[in-house]
Design a protein around this ligand. Sequence first.
Ligand code: ADE
Ligand code: ZN
Length: 341
Amino acid sequence: MSQDLHELIDKLPKTELHLHIEGGAMYPEFALELAEKNKVPLPFEDLDSAREFYKFESLDHFIHILRTTVATLCDAEDYCRAVSIIGERAARQNIHYHELMVSPGLRPDVPLQEVFAGMAAGRELNRKRFGVETRFVLDIDRTKPADFGLNLVETGAAWCERAGIIAVGLDCQENGFPPALHKAAYARAAELGFRRAGHAGEDGPAAYMWEGIRECGFERIDHGVRAVEDPALVRYLAEHRIPLTVCPLSNLQLRVFPEMPAHTIETLRQAGVLVTINSDDPPMFDCDMVDDFKAVVDCFKLDAAAVVELARNGFEASFMEPAEKATALREFDLAATELLG
Ligand code: ADE
Ligand code: ZN
């Protein structure tokens, strides 16, 4: 039975809405190759020592490790390769539409033009080689000053069309960095026509989710798994159809939850919240999005209808334009009906 569900997960058309370019491409082989090319030192020299290095005690520890590893990304070509490494793995999982986060604050020495040019080229490759539509969410490193976010949004606006940037987001260490620190950048992003998302309720409290919604206009929340601490917030998310991009295996590795049965995704789904399943940073957590799906389905003994609902939610929660989304949902429904036979 579970084998059938795993096959259904593999075969269903899917989206992915929460995957960071930087952490999402840092397979040890790629990091080592870039380190050699760009003459950047790494604290590991082979796959075994990389595995040791990729062990995390918390979100803050993880971000520290991420900053060290992504120091190997230096120019447009590196960013292009990172995007296409992710595109190739997406196609293998039957993901033909994804929204990838980019967090230029992780690489303050690399000119934004290099980052955006690389994204634009990677996106073209994904389309041509893998049949994958790649769009981007421009994440503000929330530990940076407000001016940093504002400048990022202004510069990103000039690259929207070319690089496929559709939204702004917020990431990196959460505790101590509430969303409203970047309220001005979000206000400007809204004026410029960006969609708005952000990490909240991963490591930080439910109050940060409220703040993201009220002060920054979050239309979608990355993680949001701590919403359960506030029943009024859970009701609000469900009523207003504010989706959560949940990353279950990342949450276990970063000790948000001690084990899968303690994860809140199923409680939130049962409460009517539009939850989606995503991978966050696959090489860092040694998983792909389909592994996250399978882990949740196995742990909570979900049935085929729930699997279809979760995959469908990915299309529903995407930042596609309404007509494009309606078409994608119709196609998804046809494919799901055929697979359910
Ligand atoms: N950047 C990459 N992964 C992240 C996560 N899980 N939370 C915040 N920032 C991130
Ligand atoms: Zn994330």
